[in-house]
Design a protein around this ligand. Structure first.
Ligand code: UDP
Ligand code: MG
Length: 136
């Protein structure tokens, strides 16, 4: 069934810093995602806190927000059939050590916190996250 969706993807600071931007984008393109919009930006800590507010009670929240705001990131709107799930599959498990072979986090992730990519986890959050970065 046709179910074209948009999801938000972020190439996180650890991956941008290692020059993996093009390689990771190629993973999306090779898996039939269309990159509808993209921009390279650096966000402030308070913007990171807003973006990750669902995690505000977690012990890793402060470090996570410091990390996401620590350097340039690439934010993208990806489009594909069932894009949200397809992107979560392509990314792999949060902890790169547990991610399956062939996934982006398995290939490039360094650790559970420096796991190279973010992807929306639901239709509702995809809409919120896309609006967060692409307001216009
Ligand atoms: N994270 C972390 N420690 C943990 C769990 C998560 O540093 O124990 C970080 C990790 O970078 C992860 C992000 O917090 O990508 C958001 O966590 P979530 O559970 O939403 O994982 P994701 O949706 O990114 O797979
Ligand atoms: Mg998540």
């Amino acid at each position: 069934m046709n179910n074209l969706e948009k999801t938000l993807s972020i190439i996180k600071p650890d991956a941008v810093e290692r020059g993996l931007e093009k390689e990771i984008k190629d993973q999306f393109l090779n898996n039939d995602f269309k990159i509808v919009e993209e921009k390279k930006i650096q966000i402030s800590k308070s913007e990171a806190e807003e973006f990750y507010k669902v995690h505000q009670t977690k012990p890793f929240y402060n470090d996570l927000c410091s990390y996401l705001s620590s350097g340039p990131i690439v934010v993208m709107i990806l489009e594909k059939n069932n894009a949200i799930l397809a992107n979560r599959d392509l990314m792999g498990a949060t902890d790169p050590k547990k991610a399956k072979d062939g996934t982006i986090r398995k290939k490039y992730g360094i650790s559970i916190d420096k796991n190279s990519v973010h992807g929306s986890d639901s239709l509702e959050n995809a809409e919120i996250e896309i609006k967060f970065f692409f307001k216009d």
